[in-house]
Structures are given as structure tokens and as C-alpha cells.
Design a protein around this ligand. Structure first.
Ligand code: PLP
Length: 372
């Protein structure tokens, strides 16, 4: 397999795909979805990084999910926005930090579907990237309400929902990171894709699949998709948010809810709660001092990746690739064999942010407190 130099942007002829592996395997499934992805994202061996890492590093290119804004949110939003529309909603309410990729992606795709988007945002340390994210949200027309702390978000959401309902709107709430049983369905598809791509290209089975653990939807969906395909490669979820925010109980709830939805819609979807739950483990080694605070390992992974043409961020993908490189260096499988082949799921959008931010050259004063 040739090393594909990482493309700066995605094919401009991006035509969202009407079909999914999920619905083609289980044709009775009737779950709402708005098509955003053009089809499976590439799965590639990164030869030069593998060489530097001392083991095979394969990359699932989920940075290429969409040419305008890619990353892992696009798969979740196919299902979440589909569900919102099926419920008759006209307004999305969601939440995240000031530079939330999730709120930005929700604004972009929600607006394109004619939905209003409200973001309840909590303060975040200012950086060029965070400021660009926030400007992009504003430029795309998100209505932003600052909230002082995450713990105050439920009350602020309830107040906003009441206000919207009183003004005749039909709000639909998407949880932080788009992570619930519906959002996870997007990553069930990714799990099926990975299994299919392994079969088609006759890739040797990796020893580990490595993903970030932020709010849990990515790992929950992947575990269900891989388990449903009978592809039992252990998933290592690199924690990037604190234990109080996400742990096994929250991921289990998302796995359970995704399977329940699938089985309710088509009872031939397999009963795989136990298999999916056993398939992933949470790796706490990369979090460091906390969410958004880069570790020396993440910085080193970012530098190395950049030298080899792969752009990472310090909050999610830097820490996750640091974990993947550690596994290649010193990891062992459950049977005690050295880990030699890792599939890293690259969840960061590769689409340039600046064009999205152009319409909002500055951040209004009332939002100053969002950038600490
Ligand atoms: C680039 C990136 N990777 C990974 C994640 C975490 O994924 P999840 O919230 O599904 O665990 C996020 C969440 O915001 C993200 O922005």
C-alpha cells in the first residue's frame, strides 16, 4: 500500500452518500439520517510515521469526513440532525467550551439544513485556534449564550428551552460532543467501515485501534460497529477529559442506547452489548494536568506528526497519537505479544477554519469572558 501524502483538502466533488453500510447490512433499519459524508473515509498506512514510530501506524482518515468542516462530529451529526428533523424541530440547542468543535460543526450543518442553532458556551483558555472556532461559530450565525461553568449548563439549557418554546419554537437538545445513543450511531458506521476495509484490502489485523475519549460517542459507536461486524480488535480510548466528565458508565449508557435503537428498528441487529463493552478499555496515561492542557508527550507527538505531514491539535489528537506511539513503543496485547500494528482514528477536521471565520472578524464584548 502506497504512503499517501496527507491531502490538504478533500475532493471538491463531495457528494453525500445516500447509502450506509449499516442500512445495507440490516435493510429493515429505518433510523433518521441526513447524508453528509461522501462514503467511507480512507484507511491508510502512514509509512514515514511508521518508520519513525518503529511499528505500523495505520490512519483512519476521519479528518476527511467533509470538505468544509471534517472530523468526528460529521458522522454524529448525520444521525443527530436527522433525528432533530424527524422530530419536527426547528432549533438546535447544544453546548461546549468556547472553542468547541462540536458546537461549530453543529452550527455549520444545522444552518445548512435551515435550523437555528443556539450554543451555550463555557469559558476556555484563549488560543488562536479557540478564537478562530468561536469566530467561525459567530460567522455562521450561531446564537451564543455564555455560561460560567459546566455545572450551570443544565439550568441554562432548561431556561433557554422554556424561552424558545414560549416563543413558538421547537427546540432539540444535542448533548456535549454530540455523544448519546443517537450520535454514537455515526460511529457504528465507522466501525463497520473499518471491518469492511480490512476485509477488502486484506489488511493484516491491527493489534489495537486508538481513539480519543472526550465525551464517549466515538468509542461507544466504534465498539458497537466493530462488535457487530465480528471484528474484535481491542480499542484503546485515550482519555482527554477528566474522570468526572466521562467514564465507563457513560460509555456503557451510549453503547446500550445505540444497540437498543438499532434492535428496536431491526430485531435482526445482533445482541452485542457484552462484546461491545468488553472491546474497549480506557487509557488514562495521556490526560496529564487536564482537558486542553498539552503534555510533553502530546507536544512531541504533534512535532513528529507535523514533520511527517499530519496536523494534530493539543487537546484531542495530540494526546491520542502520543498514546498510539507509546503503544507501538512499549505496548503488549492481552496475550503478552508486543503491539506492532496500530490503527489510529484521526478525528480532527482537516478543513481550513479561516474561511468560516471571515464573516466574523472580531468577538463582541459581551462574549469576552468566554476567552480566559
Ligand atoms: C478532534 C476531536 N477528537 C475527538 C473528540 C472526542 O470525541 P468523543 O467526544 O466522541 O469522545 C472531539 C470532541 O470534541 C474532538 O473535537
Amino acid at each position: 500500500m502506497a504512503d499517501s501524502p496527507l491531502r490538504a483538502s478533500i475532493d471538491v466533488a463531495h457528494v453525500p452518500s445516500k447509502t450506509t453500510l449499516l442500512e445495507s447490512r440490516w435493510p429493515k433499519l429505518a433510523l433518521p439520517r441526513v447524508p453528509l459524508l461522501a462514503g467511507p473515509t480512507p484507511l491508510e498506512l502512514h509509512e514515514s510515521l511508521s518508520h519513525a514510530a518503529g511499528g505500523e501506524l495505520w490512519i483512519k482518515r476521519d479528518d476527511l469526513t467533509h470538505p468544509v468542516y471534517g472530523g468526528n462530529k460529521v458522522r454524529k451529526l448525520e444521525r443527530l440532525l436527522g433525528d432533530a428533523i424527524a422530530e419536527g424541530a426547528d432549533t438546535i440547542v447544544t453546548t461546549g467550551a468556547a472553542g468547541s468543535h462540536h458546537v461549530l460543526a453543529t452550527t455549520l450543518f444545522g444552518k445548512r439544513l435551515g435550523l437555528a442553532v443556539h450554543g451555550l458556551l463555557v469559558p476556555q483558555a484563549a488560543s488562536e485556534h479557540v478564537t478562530l472556532d468561536l469566530r467561525a461559530m459567530l460567522g455562521l450565525g450561531a446564537e451564543i449564550t455564555p455560561v460560567s461553568y459546566f455545572s450551570a449548563v443544565p439550568a441554562a439549557t432548561a431556561a433557554l428551552i422554556t424561552r424558545l418554546r414560549l416563543s413558538g419554537k421547537k427546540p432539540y437538545v444535542i448533548p456535549p460532543g454530540g455523544s448519546n445513543g443517537i450520535g454514537a450511531l455515526g460511529y457504528v458506521e465507522a466501525g463497520l467501515e473499518i471491518a469492511q476495509q480490512m476485509l477488502e484490502r486484506r489488511l493484516p489485523e491491527p493489534d489495537a485501534i486508538v481513539v480519543p475519549l472526550g465525551s464517549g460517542g466515538t468509542v461507544a459507536g466504534l465498539a458497537v460497529g466493530l462488535a457487530a461486524a465480528g471484528c474484535l480488535v481491542p480499542i484503546h480510548a485515550m482519555r482527554v477529559t477528566p474522570r468526572g466528565f466521562v467514564g465507563r458508565a457513560l460509555v456503557l449508557a451510549q453503547i446500550r442506547s445505540a444497540i437498543e435503537r438499532l434492535r428496536l428498528s431491526d430485531d435482526r441487529f445482533p445482541r452485542i452489548l457484552g462484546v461491545a463493552t468488553d472491546l474497549y478499555r480506557i487509557d488514562d496515561h495521556e490526560l496529564g494536568e487536564g482537558y486542553g492542557l498539552p503534555t510533553p508527550q502530546a507536544r512531541a507527538a504533534m512535532r513528529l506528526a507535523e514533520e511527517h505531514g499530519l496536523l494534530l491539535d493539543p487537546t484531542y489528537t495530540g494526546k491520542t497519537l502520543a498514546g498510539a506511539l507509546r503503544l507501538l513503543r512499549e505496548g503488549t496485547t492481552a496475550s503478552g505479544k508486543r503491539i506492532q500494528r496500530v490503527l489510529y482514528v484521526h478525528t480532527l477536521s482537516s478543513a481550513p477554519l479561516r474561511p468560516l471565520a471571515e464573516k466574523s472578524p472580531s468577538i463582541p464584548h459581551r462574549l469576552d469572558r468566554l476567552l480566559t
